[in-house]
Design a protein around this ligand. Structure first.
Ligand code: COA
Length: 258
């Protein structure tokens, strides 16, 4: 599909790079959210080995397009659309890395939270400023932020709208790594390339079990892990990995992704 508000590149190693390109602030208009959803669908139908989500240089994404807010009727449409797009991205069966170069506010922060791992440039700023507009996060922020930084910090951020700089984001677990701005894309590509040559089926099962387990009880999550542990032995890479270990020691397996 041809996109107008984002680009989707596929690299030879299977890594896909989705970059928002909606003007200066990457406001998440309905049209951009629809393109993110379409891109996530394209990636679901033809799964890459890893995904990088990035935005603008100074502004990763400034949140929902505020001019599209109207009243109750608009809210009934905007909420489900943004949830559907971000859920589809979050459910991709591979590592999804957010490369956050600058402001990730509102829906921008929520987009990064729909990713599995956030690499932030030193100048990155995260925040859920919706409360300053008299509204609440609508792109998953109340739920995903609380799961990442814990309920108290999520409440403090969402109830005050306070912005969090990269060093604090790292400290509270909102950013997983902080790098110099010039290193951001190199580091994201290196991590994506590392996982791309790994046991992709096992990675997909691991991600699915972690994510499903987090929304259930410990016992139910452990049951999911037992099922996944059986499932993974049906993959070619489990045979390759075990045989390679026995013949050559750890870390030498050349996986096929099957
Ligand atoms: N929706 C629509 N327009 C937005 C926007 C958004 N989420 N965020 C910024 N803009 C617009 C501004 O209105 C401004 O428009 P103008 O040039 O026509 O005046 C333009 O983008 C640049 O914004 P400005 O605030 O002047 O730039 P800045 O560099 O000083 O600050 C931000 C950038 C992103 C920090 C700041 O614009 C901001 O805080 N945006 C709102 C974030 C927000 O509340 N998001 C949650 C939405 S629910």
């Amino acid at each position: 599909m041809a996109y107008e508000l984002l680009t989707l590149e596929r690299h030879d190693n299977g890594v896909a790079v989705l970059t928002l390109a909606n003007g200066k602030v990457n406001a998440l208009s309905g049209a951009l959210v629809a393109e993110i959803d379409a891109a996530a669908e394209e990636l679901t139908d033809s799964p890459p080995s890893a995904v990088i989500v990035s935005g603008g240089d100074r502004i990763f994404a400034a949140g929902a397009e505020i001019s599209e807010f109207g009243g109750l009727d608009e809210a009934k449409v905007i909420g489900p659309e943004i949830h559907a797009a971000f859920d589809r991205l979050a459910a991709l069966p591979c590592l999804v890395i957010a490369a956050v170069s600058g402001y990730a506010l509102g829906g921008g922060c929520e987009l990064s939270l729909a990713c599995d791992y956030r690499i932030a440039a030193e100048r990155a700023v995260f925040g859920q400023p919706e409360i300053l507009l008299g509204i609440i996060p609508g792109g998953g922020g109340t739920q995903r932020l609380a799961r990442v930084v814990g309920p108290s910090k999520a409440k403090e951020m969402c109830l005050t709208g306070r912005q969090v700089k990269a060093d604090e984001a790292l400290q509270i677990g909102l950013a997983d790594e902080v790098v110099a701005p010039g290193e951001l894309h190199r580091r994201a590509l290196a991590l994506a390339a590392e996982v791309a040559k790994g046991a992709l089926q096992a990675q997909a099962i691991t991600k699915r079990v972690i994510d499903s387990g987090l929304s259930t009880s410990l016992n139910a999550g452990l049951a999911l892990e037992r099922e996944g542990f059986v499932e993974v032995f049906g993959t070619d890479d489990s045979q390759i990995g075990v045989a390679s270990f026995l013949a050559h020691g750890p870390g030498k397996a050349e996986f096929t992704g099957a």
